[in-house]
Ligand binder design. Structure first.
Ligand code: GLN
Ligand code: ZN
Length: 765
């Protein structure tokens, strides 16, 4: 019999229960008991759902209150001292590490002020994990309340036998970093020290009754140095033992072949590979199986929302069965389903024809089961026939194809993607035109999305207020933001984006070729979830999308107000993309649509325009090689298609979240000013890396994921550090990213301190 397996299920709840209770807890409106209870009931719900669907291998420990990597750091005592000295409850330590904590002293408790740990993208996804942060004084030890064991027992009590999932030691260390007091420490050298703790955890799981563990080593899809590759053998020779459950070594999101040597002799019980992303690796990776080792075939996409093509998948599984034997094949999701929305049944507004093409986490669970049944010889003819009809309907639909868009796409050439003059010439005219001071100050775009804004947007969506009433409301918000920025002395203003629910969805809703969900939330980090639009067909722009708000904002001020757009790569990356045409085609179509928006803004007098590309880094193919260089070419080209239709005097800005970008990749966009997230980059080598960036740049000066307020002195100290290597003439002052998730009081203070710091530097230089 061929078994079925789901590598992980979304933990947020079908109605975002986790977000609601977590945020209520943070604001003091829910108790810790309510928080924990909600977590427990979500876990129970997800396990039962999978059990009832007939999944053979169900994951546990896929739940988290913030992030599964952060959970592991708490489990292993990888908690920097700065978080332990306040005597916080364990759950509060977790949140402090995830999002920082600033709390005034009370009669009974001392003041708390700690920044969050660095948060980075999980491989090429839009999920973020909290980086394990090690120092010489890190002492690994297993927490007395071991979460994976607790949750295994919890499922067991419900009569559900689960397979706990744990991030493996090599990936855990490799994905971490050295703390600022221990910059010479290479985390991978800690392997020998961490292995005993992993062993202890595994033996506790075994004692609790777990006979299998899914051990994730996702770094196997990266280019790894030899010094890391050789650690796999060391690690798994130590972990595989009589006292440990059987281990399934799990990789996803890419190609393992270049690292196959590192794992081919591991004594594990089985392997899991992602054959959705890289079906070509099947022959090579399946050849490493020896003896009883099992092959978990990741064939149901954990990263996208399209229905699995059953007939194709079944062929693939059949080949696997023929090669390794039915009793050793497991049909699985390609990765955890964390990256997909919870349940298509929650969608009531989707056009039925289009809805029929989709499959969310709950539906994918069934897909895995049906495919395993088919491979076991069970009768699933009805399910297969329905699936074939859906697949056919999509292939033949006219919704996907727009000949006009395809014609225009064919006209793209280098000149369409090149500004009139090189940067130095543009800079000269822009200096004259805008007359900005040294160290110009600006923000990234959004201002706090207050409750008032959400309430009014909801009313407008529901039709309880009219379009005019809504517009009046939005204009009032814009005015507040403009007046605030003028008052504290920012130089280049923004309108604050109050009309936008989300920086991608807002554009998707106005472009043709997209579909939307009402409940298709996916966790991005912590309690922040996104609702990615779905690209279903060729993309075009029926009419302008942002001119009205930008023109209104500019009419209120003599300072330049930035037009604010989301770039083509980011719209593509933060949507669920088509799987029937390439990413390149989709990005260039978006580039053309945005080009028209940029030139419309310019014509309307908005001549400082920011085109955000925060997702450009995460889209980078995980391995060096042809695919990566192709990506870099089309990503930059689609940005330049969008931004090159303007005059030299129009100042194009761009913004990127995360600075572990290669400055060369940013150069290729040829924006006049870029801002990048930077405040968590403690290591001076990063400043160095950007020091010869030729155009203007703002290295983000404060963390916007945290409510913490940096003082003016803190800004000054940081910028002094930066200006040791960085040319003052090119340097802008800005936060890391948009301020939409923050509250007004902290935004007011942080920005005031930042502007005052800039003034201090102007006086000095
Ligand atoms: N302009 C956007 C904002 O400020 C950029 C957000 C982002 O980079 N993620 O919200
Ligand atoms: Zn950003």
């Amino acid at each position: 019999m061929v078994q079925s397996s789901v590598l992980g299920f979304p933990r947020i709840g079908g109605q975002r229960e986790l977000k609601k209770v977590t945020e209520a807890y943070w604001s003091g409106k829910a108790t810790v008991e309510e928080l924990l209870e909600t977590g427990k009931s979500l876990r129970a719900h997800n396990w039962k759902l999978q059990k009832e669907a007939g999944v053979d291998i169900i994951a546990s420990n896929d739940f988290s209150f913030y992030d599964q990597v952060l959970d592991l750091s708490l489990l292993f005592n990888v908690v920097p001292d700065r978080y332990t000295k306040f005597d916080l409850a364990p759950i509060d330590v977790l949140f402090a590490m995830g999002r920082g904590l600033q709390r005034k002293a009370t009669e009974t408790t001392a003041a708390v002020d700690v920044t969050a740990l660095e948060m980075v993208k999980w491989f090429d996804s839009n999920y973020h994990y909290v980086r394990p942060t090690f120092s010489h004084s890190t002492e690994f030890k297993l927490n007395s309340v071991a979460k994976p064991v607790v949750e295994f027992n919890e499922a067991k009590a419900l009569g559900i036998h689960t397979r706990p999932v744990i991030l493996g030691p090599v990936s855990y260390l490799y994905l971490g970093k050295a703390d600022k007091d221990s910059l010479d420490l290479d985390p991978i050298t800690l392997l020998e020290k961490i292995l005993p703790v992993y062993k202890q955890l595994l033996s506790e799981l075994k004692a609790a009754g777990a006979n299998q563990v899914q051990i994730d080593e996702p770094i196997l899809v990266l280019d790894l140095p030899e010094s890391v590759k050789e650690k796999f053998q060391v690690a798994y020779d130590a972990l595989v033992s009589e006292s440990a459950p059987e281990l399934t070594l799990t990789s996803y999101f890419g190609d393992v072949r270049p690292n196959l040597k590192a794992i081919e002799s591991l004594p594990v019980a089985g392997f899991h590979f992602d054959f959705v992303r890289v079906p070509e690796q099947f022959n090579e990776v399946s050849s490493i199986l020896k003896g009883e080792q099992t092959l978990s075939v990741g064939i149901v996409d954990g990263r996208n929302i399209w229905k699995t093509d059953f007939s194709k998948a079944a062929k693939f599984i059949k080949a696997a069965v023929e090669k390794v034997g039915a009793e050793k094949v497991i049909v699985a999701t390609s990765s955890s389903l964390l990256h997909t929305p919870v349940d298509l049944e929650n969608e009531t507004k989707l056009e039925p024809i289009i809805k029929d093409w989709f499959s969310f986490a709950t539906q994918k669970v069934s897909e895995v089961v049906v495919l395993a049944k088919e491979a076991s010889g069970d009768d699933v003819a009805t399910e297969f026939a329905a699936n074939a009809a859906s697949i056919k309907s999509r292939v033949e639909s006219s919704i996907t194809t727009n000949p006009k868009v395809q014609e225009r796409l064919a006209t793209i050439n280098e000149s369409l993607a090149t500004r009139q003059s090189p940067f130095p010439e543009r800079l000269a005219v822009q200096k004259e035109k805008y007359n900005l001071p040294l160290f110009p100050t600006t923000t990234i775009g959004s201002f706090p999305q207050t409750k008032d804004i959400r309430v009014n947007r909801n009313k407008f969506t529901k039709g309880t207020i009219t379009a005019e009433e809504y517009e009046t409301f939005i204009n009032k918000e814009i005015e507040t933001v403009i007046r605030f920025q003028e008052e504290i002395g920012l130089d280049v203003l923004v309108h604050g984006e109050p009309e936008r629910n989300d920086m991608v969805q807002y554009f998707g809703e106005q472009l043709k070729g997209f579909a939307f969900t009402t409940n298709g939330w996916v966790q991005s980090y912590g309690s922040r979830y996104v609702r990615p639009p779905i690209i279903v067909g060729d993309v075009s722009r029926p009419k302008n999308m942002t001119v009205k708000e930008s023109v209104y904002a500019q009419s209120l001020s003599k300072s330049p107000v930035k037009g604010m757009l989301t770039g083509p790569v980011t719209i593509l990356r933060w949507s669920f993309p088509r799987d029937d045409v390439s990413g390149k085609v989709q990005a260039l179509q978006l580039g053309l649509a945005l080009r028209d928006e940029v030139t419309d803004l310019e014509a309307a007098g908005i001549t400082v325009i920011q085109v955000d590309e925060p997702a450009i880094r995460e889209g980078l193919p995980l391995r060096a090689g042809q695919e990566r260089s192709d990506y870099l070419n089309w990503a930059a080209q689609s940005f330049r298609v969008a931004t090159s239709g303007v005059d030299n005097s129009t100042q194009i800005h761009s913004h990127f979240c995360y600075s572990d970008l290669d400055p060369n990749h940013i150069k290729a966009l040829d924006a006049d000013v870029v801002s990048i997230e930077f405040s968590k980059k403690d290591d001076p080598k990063y400043i160095q890396e950007f020091s010869d960036y030729p155009n203007h740049i703002g290295l983000g000066l404060f963390d916007i994921h945290s409510p913490r307020i940096p003082s003016k002195e803190e800004f000054v100290a940081r910028v002094e550090e930066i200006l040791k290597v960085y040319p003052a003439a090119n340097f802008w002052f800005n936060p890391d990213c948009g301020l939409k998730t923050r509250g007004w009081p902290e935004v007011r203070e942080s920005l005031t301190n930042m502007v005052n710091a800039a003034k201090e530097f102007r006086a000095k230089y």
